[in-house]
Design a protein around this ligand. Structure first.
Ligand SMILES: Nc1ncnc2c1ncn2[C@@H]1O[C@H](COP(=O)(O)OP(=O)(O)OP(=O)(O)O)[C@@H](O)[C@H]1O
Length: 696
């Protein structure tokens, strides 16, 4: 669908632009048929237009744009108007390249359409935008007048819709606006209207050519200018191949170009991209062609192309001229700059000679100055030496004076010393005496000190001997200690070795012990299992009988117990009965006699306590009549000693002892609950409020 032709005819016969509703979503065969119908309709219209003006030579497959190019010069419309209208028409306008005349022709055509009551279009529709209205107008015209406009001389009689007035419209006979078919037109009726006279056409052409020649001379000048050549070369380098083909291959036959080609050439982008050389070739080609033509006329569309090309060339020339002006200004500025630099350099060069003179003079002055300085230095040295000599003389005189003074002082000092020496001699003698006395005293002290020191030395010698003997003994002890230490060290080493061996042995033993412990646990578990099995075998329910002794105050009474067997047999006599009923036998697991202690009673119950810690449920309860000794057996007497403890205390004691012994392997948690069932009521014996609390 993207390759649809620009102009189409709708299904209802209306022409539509390229942006028509045919670009809808529904695409089907009907649409294709419509497109074909549009193409056919446009081809019919083109054929009709070619019939009116054979010089058009418009291809049947022409697009809307091609038709626009063909109509834009007004020739066809002028021809149609002339055939419709009996009034004279300024036909020369079609080829006179005058926009006023072209406008006049189109306006006349539109006025004719208005008078005929046919659909018309705006001037702007012909110039640009959609061609729909233009094509509709022409199509209606073709439908209405068809062959009459394209055929023989006819007088068309039509009536304007809504009007009673009828108006006669005359169709010119063999109307050919171009006149290049050889038709002279209707000289009597419309010769002036439909075709130009030879003189007028020559005049128009000469005017046109004079204008173009003027432009051409300018273009030739520009073409031969170096800037333009350079620009053209650059443009040729960049131009597209397609454009080159359009402009070069058709050179020399522009009048024969189809409107579509001219339209393509007129596109602004094509002209913008064209090399200047090609544009000039186009201009030259058109002008050569117009000169070669017999009548010298240029078709309007070719003229339009020529104008467009000339405008493009003018634009490029003005751009180049602007560029040249800028360059020129730049060069002028640079010239000024260089001139000013040259002036400066000249000034500097002039100044260099004076400077050399000054330098020479300065050199001479310096030499003189050096000489003067040397002289002055010499004079200064002389003066300095003279001053030094004066100073030396004065120093010598002062030294002489000092020497005299020193000699005098020395003599005085000698005299003084002599007098002092006389006094000193006396003092010295006295002093000598004192010293001799002191020497004597000292000698005595020395003797005493020598005696003291000899005694001291004796002592020291003794002490030294004792110390030496002590040291000797110490040394011997030390030697012994060393030997002992060595032997101890050996012993320690051997002990260490022994310990290591023993540790190793112990480790092995420990390992064996650990294995034994492990085995012990296994054996213990097995033992427990066997133990509990024994308890089971002994019987889950065991019944013991305990016979309490007579209470104090009951000593005088007689017992009914006849016999107590070792295996739980019990014989009870009833003196009130005779015969067989007088003695009855009972059998228990065991019977405890009146002398049985609490420990003996508990001994048979004790194994069951261990079963509790192995996870078995055990129940021990006492049964008997009031005062038979249940409390005594289970708890013991009030404030009882350890040996009087009943079963409960002993059982709990055993539980804690066993759990303590097993704490390394098992952790036990012990809880106690004590209840009493009395008169079919259960009471919590550990409750703080005593008997009042019933067990739930
Ligand atoms: N084996 C015994 N040795 C010495 N005294 C005993 C023995 N058995 C019981 N008694 C004494 O007999 C008395 C009654 O015993 P106990 O209170 O234990 O009887 P009971 O069955 O608990 O009575 P109740 O059912 O009325 O409570 C107590 O004074 C108790 O000290």
């Amino acid at each position: 669908m993207n390759s649809q032709p620009e102009g189409r005819i709708r299904e209802n016969g209306d022409f539509n632009s390229s942006n028509s509703s045919l670009y809808g979503d529904v695409v089907d065969t009907t649409l294709n048929i419509n497109i074909e119908a549009e193409d056919k309709k446009r081809a019919d219209l083109v054929e009709w237009l070619n019939g009116i003006l054979p010089d058009l030579r418009l291809p049947l497959e022409s697009s809307e744009q091609d038709i626009r190019v063909c109509l834009i010069d007004g020739a066809v419309l002028c021809c149609i108007t002339n055939r419709l209208s009996p009034r004279p028409v300024n036909e020369g306008s079609s080829y006179g390249l005058s926009s006023e005349v072209y406008m006049d022709n189109v306006k006349r055509f539109l006025a004719a359409m208005d008078e005929l009551g046919l659909p018309k279009f705006e001037l702007s529709d012909l110039e640009q935008g959609s061609m729909t209205k233009v094509l509709e107008c022409l199509w209606t015209l073709k439908q209405q007048f068809g062959s009459s406009l394209g055929g023989d001389n006819n007088l068309v009689s039509i009536s304007k819709p809504g009007s009673q007035q009828r108006k006669k419209w005359r169709v010119s006979e063999n109307e050919h606006l171009e006149g290049n078919t050889g038709s002279q037109g209707d000289a009597t009726s419309s010769g002036q209207h439909t075709t130009l006279s030879v003189e007028e056409r020559q005049k128009n052409l000469s005017d046109y050519q004079s204008k173009k020649n003027s432009s051409d001379s300018k273009f030739q000048h520009v073409l031969h200018s170096p800037v333009m050549s350079e620009s053209s070369a650059a443009l040729i380098h960049h131009v597209g191949h397609k454009f080159h083909e359009v402009f070069q291959l058709k050179q020399g036959c522009y009048a024969d170009l189809p409107p579509a080609k001219i339209s393509e050439m007129l596109k602004s982008t094509s002209l913008d991209n064209a090399p200047t050389q090609s544009l000039l070739s186009v201009v030259n080609g058109i002008l050569d062609e117009s000169i070669e033509r017999k009548n010298g006329e240029i078709p309007h569309r070719v003229a339009c192309l020529l104008r467009k090309v000339v405008q493009e060339i003018e634009r490029r020339i003005s751009t180049q001229a602007e560029h040249l002006r800028t360059q020129n200004n730049l060069y002028k500025a640079r010239e000024e700059k260089y001139k000013s630099r040259i002036r400066v350099l000249e000034t500097l060069a002039a100044g260099t000679n004076e400077k050399t003179k000054i330098v020479n003079e300065l050199q001479q002055t310096k030499t003189e100055k050096t000489k003067m300085e040397e002289r002055m230095k010499h004079e200064q040295d002389v003066l300095r030496l003279m001053k030094e000599k004066d100073l030396t003389d004065s120093e010598i005189s002062s030294l002489k004076q000092e020497l005299v003074m020193a000699k005098r002082t020395y003599e005085e000092r000698c005299l003084q010393l002599e007098s002092e020496a006389k006094g000193t001699k006396h003092d010295l003698e006295e002093r000598l005496k004192e010293l001799e006395f002191l020497l004597k005293t000292s000698q005595e002290e020395v003797k005493e000190f020598e005696a003291f020191s000899s005694s001291k030395a004796e002592n020291w010698k003794k002490k030294e001997c004792s110390y030496l003997s002590f040291i000797k003994s110490q040394f011997e002890s030390l030697q012994e200690l060393r030997v002992a230490s060595e032997s101890i060290k050996q012993e320690v080493m051997s002990t260490q070795q022994t310990y290591l061996e023993e540790f190793s042995h112990l480790g092995k033993k420990l390992k064996g012990l650990a294995d034994t412990v492990e085995n012990y646990h296994v054996v213990l578990a097995e033992n427990r299992r066997l133990y509990n099995e024994v308890q089971d075998l002994k019987g889950n329910i065991r019944v013991y009988c305990r016979i309490r002794p007579f209470l104090p105050g009951q000593n005088g009474k007689q017992t009914t117990i006849e016999y107590i067997g070792d295996n739980g047999e019990l014989a009870v006599v009833n003196p009130s009965k005779q015969g067989k009923d007088s003695c009855r036998m009972f059998k228990f697991n065991k019977v405890f006699g009146p002398t049985a202690t609490q420990a003996e009673v508990f001994l048979d119950t004790q194994p069951l306590i261990r079963s509790i810690l192995d996870g078995y449920n055990v129940c021990i309860f006492a049964y008997g009549q009031t005062g038979s000794g249940k409390t005594y057996t289970m708890t013991g007497p009030d404030a009882a000693r350890k040996e009087d403890w009943g079963v409960n205390y002993r059982a709990l004691n055993d539980l804690f002892e066993i759990s303590q012994s097993r704490k390394s392997s098992v952790s036990y948690e012990v809880g106690v609950q004590m209840v009493e069932i009395y008169n079919e009521q259960v009471r919590d014996l550990l409750s703080s409020d005593g008997s009042q609390k019933r067990y739930p």
